[in-house]
Design a binder for this molecule. Structure first.
Ligand code: 3PG
Ligand code: MG
Length: 427
């Protein structure tokens, strides 16, 4: 695996000091995962369990190694206090179904409750059948404590007393310098990356280190603000950038088009103009929509395709139009490397889903190395069908994390695995 050489992996941890072998047996192994899954607003049920599925290889490896497995995650943004709607119970139930193992979720992630559960955990004897016997402890939502987001050493020590070994498999949270991602691993000499993190690093590294050219990026989503840094970083790397989604409206308005009721960031028009100029100076082809699908509002059930210069009064652009799809698809077919983040329109609404789905289909057919990152775009790829999803080289579980990686930024979670321990530094 293409894991940075100074980072241990769960496999190297398992081999331990040479004479030991099976180092994880009976160790308390803390596995930070990203179970921040989308939940149905009314029922609270998980609507897409990909992130749970993606963490299974690491969890099952540790179980088979005979470890006491402690799984930990955040879910949503509970503002530092308990919020029953964001309890990890629902993920615990799903994890139990997927592994066939008993999963215990103590009421808090630190203190006596998890200590007792972990003390009593049954482990597998290495090599034996894992179904039925061993148990998993899934800690309650780390963000029920405000200190989780503060990279807090005392909170790290409260989590640290629960475990001997630290494994990070939470790729989607690697860009957060939060306690369980950053301060906690730095306390543990035995720390490393899980299989998902290794897989993500291996695929995403190809976008950063000598990507095949032409390199094309497709960016969508609502706000230009969220994507400024990635757009600028990609000017130095990409040959073509296709822009869709509501953020394209701001660029189109900056070019003088009257976008009517469309979402436009009025305070970002000057910035959009600057980005258009910078693209030209950098020799990057910035492809904006030439036609759009409009509706009367976000709840619209009927749609109309119009040129970007002729958006009718009282309507808003909610998807890219067929001519734009064709233009993007043509660019995609010739690309050697493709990175996609952000939907092309309001794809959760049927009349405005076509742009996103067609872009997914075109990417599925493209012969280049194709990567999609971000919850919405990954969901759109799955919506386009399992064959389309299978045709992608990599579907990242990270949104912000994959963007920052592709920008060439260092991710705090990876740096923490590299770093010497806090206690080492004090010696
Ligand atoms: C994500 O879904 O992007 C990650 O789980 C990180 O969550 P956050 O954006 O709330 O920090
Ligand atoms: Mg996010």
């Amino acid at each position: 695996m293409n894991t940075p050489t100074n980072i241990a992996t769960i496999e190297t941890l398992q081999s331990g000091p040479l004479e030991e072998g099976g180092w994880l047996a009976n160790k308390r192994v803390f596995i930070r995962v990203d179970f921040n899954v989308p939940l149905d607003k009314s029922s609270g049920a998980i609507t897409d369990d990909s992130r749970i599925q993606a963490a299974l290889p690491t969890i099952e490896f540790a179980i088979k190694a005979g470890a006491k497995v402690i799984v930990a995650s955040h879910l949503g943004r509970p503002k530092g206090k308990r919020d029953d709607k964001l309890s990890l119970e629902v993920c615990g139930a799903r994890l139990a179904e997927l592994t066939g193992l008993e999963v215990h979720v103590p009421e808090d992630c630190i203190g006596d409750a998890p200590k007792k559960v972990i003390h009593d955990l049954r482990v597998a004897s290495p090599g034996s059948q894992i179904r039925g016997g061993p148990q998993i402890c899934l800690l309650e939502n780390l963000r029920f404590h405000p200190e989780e987001k503060q990279d807090d050493e005392a909170f790290a020590r409260s989590l640290g007393v629960l475990c001997d070994v630290y494994v990070n498999d939470a790729f989607g949270a690697m860009h957060r310098a939060h306690t369980s991602v950053h301060a906690l691993p730095m306390l543990k000499a035995d720390r490393g990356a899980g299989f998902l993190v290794q897989k993500e690093l291996q695929a995403l590294s190809k976008l950063v280190e000598a990507p095949g050219k032409p390199y094309l990026a497709v960016l969508g989503g609502v706000k230009v603000t969220d994507k400024i840094e990635v757009i600028e970083a990609l000017f130095g790397r990409c040959d073509t950038i296709c822009i869709g989604g509501a953020m394209a409206n701001t660029f189109l308005a900056a070019q003088g088009h009257d976008m009517q009721k469309s979402l436009v960031e009025e305070d970002k028009l000057a910035l959009a103009r600057t980005l258009i100029d910078k693209a030209r100076d950098a020799g990057v082809d910035l492809l904006l929509p030439t036609d759009v699908v409009v509706g009367e509002g976000l709840e619209a059930t009927s749609a109309q395709t119009v040129g970007v210069a002729a958006v009718p009064t009282g309507t808003m652009a909610l998807d890219i139009g067929p001519a734009t799809i064709e233009r993007f698809a043509k660019a995609l077919s010739g690309a050697k490397t493709v990175f996609w983040n952000g939907p092309m329109g309001l794809f959760e609404s049927e009349p405005f889903a076509r742009g996103t789905v067609e872009v997914a289909l075109a990417m599925g057919k493209a012969s280049g190395f194709t990567v999609v990152g971000g919850g919405d775009s990954a969901a759109a790829v799955r919506q386009a069908g399992s064959e389309v999803a299978a045709a992608f080289d990599h579907i990242s579980t990270g949104g912000g994390a994959s963007l920052q990686f592709v920008e060439g930024k260092r991710l705090p979670g990876i740096e923490a695995l590299r770093h010497r321990t806090l206690d080492d530094d004090r010696r």
